[in-house]
Design a protein around this ligand. Structure first.
Ligand SMILES: *Cc1c(COP(=O)(O)O)cnc(C)c1O
Length: 231
């Protein structure tokens, strides 16, 4: 009984968080003159327990982001058995030796960030792995410790992945530097996506998704504003 009450109060909290995020997105879209339907809410479920993710599914969320292949593999094949129409997106770095597993597990990979990975993905696809949509991660802040393609090389890299490797590149993603205003980074990513002729722009997290929505995001990746602070 106590446990059930606890569960349902968590679900109410989750529902309130989702409603709040949707409301802020709606307001940002209104201000930017964009239809809300242009923006997909990706719920970032990394580190979250199965039970909480199940509640999010029951509340109608169906697009999720995970940042680790192993963790996603331990949670999502099970969840997919009971819930249909889930879209699972990899938003964390991918090692080449996990390319095959990632192509089988995710619906979209957002973190194509180097040529070696493009080659590894193409090799697995040639051997029969599904050719899923990919986003190129751009290091808009040119931070040495951060993965991603240099913004000056991004458009050429996209073309190379498409033409040389035959990869299904559909968009760009970025994670702006932590201690800077994100706006110039979001504006740059949107500009590069337009130049490369790509439809998906993945940017904006819990602290700045409304700014990203105003600057052209098609996908916002939101963890803590939905699920609460991660432990
Ligand atoms: C964890 C993570 C997020 C979500 O971060 P929040 O601040 O909790 O919304 C978004 N994108 C990436 C790449 C992440 O690793």
């Amino acid at each position: 009984m106590t446990l059930d009450m606890d569960k349902s109060s968590h679900k109410i909290g989750l529902a309130a968080n989702i409603a709040m995020v949707r409301e802020r997105l709606k307001k940002a879209c209104l201000e930017a003159g964009r239809p809300l339907e242009e923006i997909t809410l990706t719920a970032v479920s990394k580190t979250q327990a199965l039970e909480k993710i199940e509640q999010a599914l029951e509340l109608g969320l169906n697009v999720f982001g995970e940042n680790k292949v192993q963790e996603a593999a331990s949670k999502w094949p099970m969840l997919r058995k009971t819930h249909k129409n889930i879209e699972l997106r990899l938003i964390g770095p991918l090692q080449t030796n996990k390319a095959k597993q990632a192509l089988g597990l995710f619906d979209v990979i957002e973190t194509l960030d180097r040529e070696k990975l493009a080659a590894a993905l193409a090799k697995e696809i040639a051997k029969g792995a599904p050719s899923i949509p990919l986003l190129v991660q751009v290091n808009t802040g040119e931070e040495p410790q951060k993965s991603g393609i240099d913004p000056r090389r991004a458009v050429d890299f996209v073309k190379y992945c498409q033409q040389h490797y035959g990869l299904n590149v559909v968009g760009l993603m970025c994670i702006p530097p932590a201690n800077e205003s994100p706006s110039p980074h979001f504006a740059l990513l949107a500009k590069l996506a337009r130049r490369a002729g790509l439809r998906e722009i993945s940017m904006g997290m819990s602290g700045d998704y409304d700014i990203a929505a105003q600057l052209g995001a098609t996908h916002v990746r939101i963890g803590s504003a939905i699920f609460g602070e991660r432990i």
